[in-house]
Design a binder for this molecule. Structure first.
Ligand SMILES: Nc1ncnc2c1ncn2[C@@H]1O[C@H](COP(=O)(O)OP(=O)(O)OP(=O)(O)O)[C@@H](O)[C@H]1O
Length: 483
């Protein structure tokens, strides 16, 4: 009996042909065939090399071939939290053999070594920042903002503006989404509220558009609410300071103006309804749009907005358009819809999908009855009122009622809901931001993506109607960690 061979198996002869698949699983792999594997980040493609600028490549599709894919990547099994290819037809076609990885196998061994070393570094970096990815040819995450210049030739104005805004290093979503979008790939991304998603899509957009042009609208950002659209517009303008790019917010006045077909605009930011109306009634031409961003895409894909989004997506008919979606939650239905719009898109998840950020302390107060709730709220304010505090209720009627109750309590309280005019809403938000209001009662109208700095406490006075609404609401506190 050979040394090391089990006594139990001596004399047994396996039919190698019949059990070929099983045999191959236990066969020792050659060093060069071993992929870099990272338990937290699964990558089905190669990382873009960091040196030199990344060229925008059109990826040729190959038919799905799970087996040749596996010998390179190993990660055939579904990894917890990943459901990328599970139900979309187009998605199935994206499980392709990575051509460049095939090439990698035929490369000279020194080059191959460097290639795998880079893959390993990328995987470590993603693990460090809790970034999970899937897709093809996913570029190396950014290490710092300086790499925007060294890797992508970013103009100095943008680096200057980032520094002026106090952004010292990229947030995890920015580390991965910016290189993906700069490499010309479509993506859908999920990262916690307040994690800097706006910069993650505005920065590559500014870099790609480069100069102002009179050639029609080149980029569109769609946000679910007017407040969020206005905020995105402000942030974009700050980032573009010093560059003559025309960034416009689709306001009611703009919508009323005579003819939008000659609108001088490089980046247009709008809610879906206003955009749809301007396409239909005001001849706004979106056929030259090169970049389309759907911000808070889970909200945009809800029943009421889906039709509007659909017609806007259709109006953006440029065949080489780059689309991206960003959100704090990524329900399966959104992922499925995203897959019907985008093919070969890179999927980026920061942290765990559809969960609240772990750094937020959560407390459940049992109140027993409606009166008990009000009592508990008053008690908690009496014990420690640490403004700014956001209180969420389920309807505008509830918001008005609670406001009436709390105004008698000598607390600087205000309310925001959909019955208020635009300017009234803006005043309420401004006063809260300025610290004039301590407690702001709100419906979910403002919950999405509003950037309140330093909110100390979020109270869900009424239960939110979904887990994702809860995540968005309590995410308001995260902003204080990021800014
Ligand atoms: N790299 C950075 N470093 C520090 N602060 C940043 C950075 N990037 C963005 N911020 C700031 O973090 C705050 C939150 O950013 P942003 O609104 O883009 O988050 P978000 O992920 O879009 O949130 P939401 O899901 O609510 O829309 C903003 O005040 C923004 O200026």
């Amino acid at each position: 009996m050979e040394k090391g061979t089990s006594f139990l198996f001596s004399g047994i002869h396996f039919d190698r042909k019949k059990f070929a698949t099983d045999f191959s699983r236990f066969e020792e792999k050659k060093e060069s065939d071993k992929p870099e594997e990272d338990s937290s980040s699964v990558e089905t493609g190669k990382s873009e090399r960091r040196e030199g600028k990344v060229s925008v490549k059109k990826r040729k599709r190959k038919p799905a071939n799970i087996f040749s894919f596996c010998h390179i990547c190993v990660a055939k099994e579904t990894v917890k939290g990943f459901s990328v290819f599970k139900s979309s037809k187009s998605a199935a076609a994206t499980v392709v053999v990575n051509e460049e990885n095939d090439e990698a196998l035929t490369r000279p061994s020194k080059e191959k070594k460097e290639f795998y070393k880079q893959l390993e570094q990328d995987a470590l970096s993603r693990k460090k920042y809790n970034i999970h990815i899937s897709g093809n040819n996913i570029p190396t995450p950014l290490q710092n903002f300086a790499e925007l210049s060294s890797r992508y030739g970013c103009e100095p104005y943008l680096i200057r503006n980032l520094a002026k805004m106090g952004f010292k290093e990229p947030t995890p979503i920015q580390r991965q989404a910016i290189p993906v979008l700069l490499s010309g790939q479509e993506c859908f991304a999920c990262a916690p509220t307040g994690s800097g998603k706006t910069l993650a899509f505005v920065c590559p957009m500014l870099m790609k558009l480069k100069h102002a042009s009179n050639d029609g609208i080149r980029a569109v950002i769609i946000c679910p609410t007017r407040e969020l659209a206005a905020q995105t517009s402000r942030e974009s303008k700050k980032l573009a300071k010093g560059k003559k790019l025309c960034i416009k917010l689709m306001t009611r006045q703009l919508l009323r103006s005579a003819d939008l077909s000659k609108l001088p605009c490089d980046i247009l930011i709008s809610t879906p309804l206003r955009l749809r109306l301007s396409v239909r009634k005001k001849k706004l031409d979106l056929s030259k749009v090169e970049y389309l961003v759907l911000d808070e895409s889970d909200k945009l894909f809800e029943e009421g907005l889906l039709k509007q989004i659909d017609s806007v997506v259709k109006a953006c008919s440029n065949p080489s358009i780059i689309r991206s979606m960003f959100s704090a939650t990524l329900p399966d239905f959104v992922e499925e819809l995203a897959r019907t719009i985008m093919h070969d898109a890179v999927r980026i998840i920061v942290g765990r999908k559809n969960t609240a950020c772990e750094s937020i302390k959560q407390k459940l107060v049992f109140a027993g009855s409606e009166e008990g709730k009000l009592l508990a709220l008053r008690q908690s304010f009496a014990e420690s009122l640490n403004p700014p505090v956001l209180v969420f209720v389920q309807s505008k009627e509830r918001a008005k009622e609670l406001y009436e109750e709390l105004t008698c309590d000598n607390i600087r309280v205000d309310v925001i809901h959909s019955d208020l005019s635009q300017s009234e809403r803006e005043n309420a938000v401004d006063d809260f931001r300025a610290g004039k209001t301590w407690v702001l009662i709100a419906t979910d109208v403002i919950a999405r993506g509003m950037d309140f700095k330093g909110v100390n406490c979020v109270i869900n006075y009424d239960f939110p109607d979904s887990a994702s609404a809860y995540i968005h609401r309590i995410g308001m506190m995260l902003i204080s960690y990021c800014s």
